[in-house]
Design a protein around this ligand. Structure first.
Ligand code: F6R
Length: 586
């Protein structure tokens, strides 16, 4: 998703901004740009591609000046072109802006501005902000009044940073993240603490509906009525600054290999929050679990394990769907919101609906300073360290471990889990990848993969399909085993591969029968199981373990398979095309 950044200080802005943008690359983007101010003049450079590529072509980091703004764009309005990349300057060239979010009334505002004589160079909604600012600044000559007038006219979700030719920097936030970093001699503005973490760990999380004006050695934070707004300085975790690949070829591979540690550490620092959650669940009639993508797949697992082991019914809800059925939430219930980033706009919107229904919000989140963590009543930390690869891997395992810990307590320890032993068995899986790499080679020319699982293995089939899609761009579909004969069997022929999740649980015999039916139609079968069978063309062995843990032990080999297939197909496993790590727009 778009990342915005700003710098105001004593160092040269451009190299600092480029470095910050590079650190936020994991959020996903398609183009990049920087603008700086020096001697009351704004200079701007931008282009499509990765930060390093664009920088080596047009040298973003050589722009002069000690004040600047930067951006990585993830296209929403208008194609991926140099013109649509940010920053955008106003018609006079005296103001430049970077923006994250969506301006919903941009067409109306653009028409209005065009009638007043303004021209637009891009197809973006963002460019209207630059010209609106110019219009108001020319009238008022005052940055505060200019921002107030502008935010009163634009509708939607946004965070933007505006740089004025006289060297003033201002930034406003409305439902998109914006953080101020307070350095020794400088100020930073950023969508993510990674934008400035190597310079300072003192941060101010701007409240919704506020803006900041930076001037020499001082700043003022105001609300959209122009009144001084309250703020606090938070120490942010330096841990998230230590995001290096080490000896691994990619972050994704590193994060897959970190999972034995993830299993041991997930929720470790949140014992009290887990107790509180258990208490809330015991005393609530309705429990909803929400999330997007992989985090929603965890919600599907939550439903299965809570009903099986604790006899508690929970309703999983896709976060983006809740807005279309807000009445499905009973008053005074509990919503467990799962999100690695804590910044997914859909999840934030879902909890907003929950709060309106007076629900308690429990967040299972990796980033403890995120918007979700700050909005929730109870926060359980995944504690799995930074996840930079766009595809969720270790955060999924962390989410499941936390859910197991909750279920363990709810079942009065009827289920016992030895996480140490489990982590050791995962090490074994990770040490034996030759076969997985060989199978990945077979997927290179394949365009369709179907993935089958019953019971608790069905959400894992859905999650496995998501991993394959994201990392390899192969069409993949998770299917509930019993549904095979109700349609998908028609797709089975010699051109497809089918992954069968078939552990030694109550689903085993039925799923083996499905495998035989598929094999009879000529498809190739990859069996993921702790029991070998002649029906599998390729067998991926998983450890013989406590049944409840099968989901994690099944998904890890498919994460690896997807990773190695991505290498075979020459796609970038860390940054899949069109995707963003932090989906901050609806
Ligand atoms: C899948 C993936 C996405 C995220 C989804 C939610 O590999 O990365 O589907 O799971 O965008 O993100 P969070 O958990 O940050 O809310």
């Amino acid at each position: 998703m778009c990342s915005i950044i700003g710098y105001y200080g004593k160092g040269f802005a451009a190299p600092i901004l480029v470095k910050g943008l590079k650190r936020m690359e994991y959020r996903g983007y398609d183009s990049v740009g920087v603008a700086t101010e020096s001697n009351n003049q704004i200079e701007l450079k931008k282009g499509i591609g990765k930060v390093n590529e664009v920088n080596s072509k047009i040298h973003l980091d050589t722009l002069p000046g000690k004040i600047g703004i930067g951006h990585t764009r993830w296209a929403t309005h208008g194609k991926v072109t140099d013109f649509n990349a940010h920053p955008h300057s106003s018609n006079s060239g005296k103001i430049a802006i970077v923006h994250n979010g969506i301006i919903e009334n941009f067409e109306e505002l653009k028409k209005q501005l065009e009638e007043e004589g303004y021209n637009f160079k891009s197809e973006t909604d963002s460019e209207i902000i630059a010209n609106l600012l110019q219009k108001h600044y020319e009238k008022t000559g005052d940055v505060k009044e200019t921002i107030l007038k502008t935010v009163s006219e634009i509708k939607g979700h946004y965070a933007f940073v505006a740089m004025f030719e006289n060297g003033q920097l201002a930034a406003a936030r409305f439902h998109e993240p914006l953080i101020i970093g307070i350095g020794q001699d400088d100020f930073f503005l950023s969508s993510d603490v990674l934008g400035f973490i190597e310079f300072t760990d003192d941060a101010i999380y701007l409240e919704n509906g506020t803006f900041v004006i930076l001037e020499k050695d001082k700043f003022q934070i105001l609300d959209f009525d122009g009144e001084h707004a309250k703020y606090g300085i938070t120490k942010v975790s330096k841990e998230f600054g230590d995001a290096y690949k080490g000896d691994y070829a990619h972050f994704t591979l590193k994060e897959i290999y970190e999972q034995p540690e993830t299993i041991l550490k997930a929720g470790e620092k949140s014992q009290e929050a887990i107790e509180k959650t258990v208490d809330y669940i015991r005393h609530s009639k309705n429990i909803y679990v929400t999330g997007s993508g992989t985090s929603y797949n965890s919600a599907l697992i939550a439903k299965q394990i809570l009903s099986k082991y604790a006899k508690i019914r929970v309703d999983p809800i896709i976060a983006s769907e809740l807005q279309f059925a807000p009445d499905s939430i009973e008053e005074n219930s509990i919503i467990i919101a799962i999100s690695q980033s804590g910044e997914s706009a859909d999840v934030l919107e879902a909890i907003k609906i929950g709060k309106q229904a007076n629900c308690k919000i429990i967040a299972i989140v990796n980033l403890l300073t995120s918007s979700l963590a700050r909005e929730a009543d109870v926060v359980i930390g995944m504690n799995c360290g930074p996840e930079i690869g766009v595809a969720a891997t270790k955060s999924f395992s962390a989410q499941l471990v936390i859910l197991y810990k909750i279920v363990q307590k709810l079942s009065n320890n009827k289920i016992t889990i030895n996480f140490e032993k489990f982590a050791e068995s995962i090490v074994e899986t990770l040490e034996n990848t030759t076969k997985i790499q060989m199978i990945a080679g077979k997927l290179k020319e394949i365009s369709d993969v179907y993935i089958l699982g019953r019971g608790i293995n069905h959400p894992i089939a859905i999650e496995a399909a998501l991993k394959l899609k994201e990392l390899t761009y192969i069409h993949a579909e998770g299917i509930a085993g019993g549904e095979l004969k109700h349609g998908p069997l028609a797709l089975m022929d010699t051109n497809v591969f089918v992954i069968i999740f078939n552990p030694n649980d109550s689903t085993y015999a039925d799923t083996l029968t499905s495998a035989r039916e598929i094999k009879a139609r000529g498809a190739k079968i990859i069996g993921v199981s702790d029991i070998e069978s002649d029906v599998y063309d390729y067998w991926i062995k998983i450890p013989k373990i406590n049944q409840v843990l099968y989901p994690i032990s099944e998904i890890i080999p498919v994460q690896l398979l997807s990773y190695y297939a991505a290498l075979e197909k020459d796609t970038d496993p860390d940054y899949p095309r069109n995707l963003a790590k932090s989906v901050t727009v609806k």
